[in-house]
Design a protein around this ligand. Structure first.
Ligand SMILES: O=C(O)CCC(=O)C(=O)O
Ligand SMILES: [Fe+2]
Length: 343
C-alpha cells in the first residue's frame, strides 16, 4: 500500500520513468481516489494570476456579505456541532456546454478573461488525464471522453470557494463530507492554508498544500465507469492463460472517496475546484467492448443511467453515502430500461 499521498510528476510521463509514473497514477486511482499533479503544463504565471484575482474578488465583493450572514447565524455562538451548513463562501461558473460567465455579477473583465483562460487549460488537462486513465484501464483512447459526451459534450464548471477564518472550527466544517457526483475534479488549492481531507482506511488524511500543484480526485461516475475494468479484470482472470500479455489491464478498481474541508481559526483558504462531468443526457454504462463477453450479465453491479437523473438525486443527497444513490439508479434502470439508449 502506498504510504505517502501520491504526487505525480507529469514530466515523467514523457521520459524513461513513464511506466513508474503510470503505475503510481493507477495505484492512486485505485487506493486513494486522489492524487496531486506537478508539471501538469499549466503555466505558473496563469495560476498566480488566477489566485491573485480570486483573493482580490473575495475581499472586494464577497467578504462583507459572508460576515453579515455568519454573524446572524452565530449571534449566540455555536453550542453543538452544525450539520446543516458549511463555513464557505462560493460561486459557480459554468464553462461547458455553454458558458454562464457573463451572468456572474461582480466579476471584472480581467477576472473573467483569466478565469476563462485557466478553465481552458484545465479542460485540456482533464481530457489528457481521462486518456491516461483509459490507458491504465485498458480502454481505447478517447473512450471515457466519449462516454461523458452525451449529445452536447461534457459539462465543465468551476466552483470558486473561500473558507474564511472560523471562531469555532471544532463545531462546523468548511465543507461537510461528501463524494463528488461527476467524473474528474481538478483543484487548485491554497498553498498556505490547508483544510482538505480525504477518508482513507477509516482515517481522515490531509491533502497537502503544494505550490502550483493541481489536486485531482475521482467522482462517482468514474467509479461507475471503473466497472469496465473490474469486469475486464474478472474476464481476463478467466482467460489469463491464453492472453497473459493482457495482464496489465487486470487492475482497475477506481474510487470516488469521501472528502471534506475542515475550517480553521486563522487564515482564509482559497480553493478553485473544476468539475469535468458527463453531459446531462450522457448515458453512463459499461464499456461496449465488453458487452460481448459472456460473464458480463452476472458481473454487472453498477446500473446504466442518464447522468441528469443521477444529479437530481445527488443535489438532495450530496452529504449522504453514494451506495443508496446507485441502488436508486438501479431501480430506475429496471423501470426505464426501454427509454435509455443501449449504445
Ligand atoms: O475546497 C476544496 O478543497 C474541496 C471542495 C470540494 O470538495 C467540492 O466542492 O466538492
Ligand atoms: Fe468535493
Amino acid at each position: 500500500m502506498e504510504k505517502f499521498f501520491p504526487v505525480i510528476n507529469m514530466e515523467k510521463l514523457h521520459g524513461e520513468e513513464r511506466k513508474q509514473a503510470m503505475e503510481l497514477l493507477h495505484d492512486a486511482c485505485e487506493n486513494w481516489g486522489f492524487f496531486e499533479l506537478l508539471n501538469h503544463g499549466i503555466s505558473h504565471e496563469l495560476m498566480d494570476e488566477m489566485e491573485r484575482l480570486t483573493k482580490e474578488h473575495y475581499k472586494k465583493c464577497r467578504e462583507k456579505k459572508f460576515k453579515e450572514q455568519v454573524s446572524k447565524a452565530l449571534e449566540n455562538g455555536l453550542k453543538s456541532e452544525v450539520t446543516n451548513m458549511d463555513w464557505e463562501s462560493t460561486f459557480f461558473v459554468r464553462h461547458l456546454p455553454v458558458s454562464n460567465m457573463s451572468e456572474i455579477p461582480d466579476m471584472d473583465d480581467e477576472y473573467r478573461k483569466v478565469t476563462k483562460e485557466f478553465a481552458m487549460e484545465l479542460e485540456k488537462l482533464a481530457e489528457r488525464l481521462l486518456d491516461l486513465l483509459c490507458e491504465n484501464l485498458g480502454l481505447e483512447k478517447g473512450h471515457l471522453k466519449n462516454v461523458f459526451s452525451g449529445s452536447k459534450g461534457p459539462t465543465f464548471g468551476t466552483k470558486v470557494s473561500n473558507y474564511p477564518p472560523c471562531p469555532q472550527p471544532e463545531l462546523i466544517k468548511g465543507l461537510r463530507a461528501h463524494t463528488d457526483a461527476g467524473g474528474i475534479i481538478l483543484l487548485f488549492q491554497d498553498d498556505r492554508v490547508s483544510g482538505l481531507q480525504l477518508l482513507k482506511d477509516g482515517q481522515w488524511i490531509d491533502v497537502p498544500p503544494m505550490r502550483h500543484s493541481i489536486v485531482v480526485n475521482i467522482g462517482d461516475q468514474l467509479e461507475v465507469c471503473k466497472f469496465h475494468s473490474i469486469f475486464l479484470s474478472l474476464c481476463i482472470k478467466r482467460i489469463q492463460c491464453e492472453y497473459s500479455s493482457m495482464q496489465v489491464i487486470t487492475n482497475g478498481k477506481y474510487k470516488s472517496v469521501l472528502h471534506r474541508v475542515v475550517a480553521c481559526s486563522d487564515g482564509n483558504r482559497m480553493s478553485i475546484a473544476s468539475f469535468y462531468n458527463p453531459g446531462s443526457d450522457a448515458v453512463i454504462y459499461p464499456a461496449p467492448s465488453l458487452v460481448e463477453i459472456e460473464a458480463e450479465k452476472q458481473a454487472e453491479v453498477y446500473p446504466r443511467f442518464v447522468f441528469e437523473d443521477y444529479m437530481k438525486l445527488y443535489v438532495v443527497q450530496k452529504f449522504q453515502a453514494k451506495g443508496p444513490r446507485f441502488e436508486a439508479m438501479k431501480a430506475m434502470e429496471t423501470v426505464n430500461a426501454h427509454l435509455i439508449p443501449t449504445s
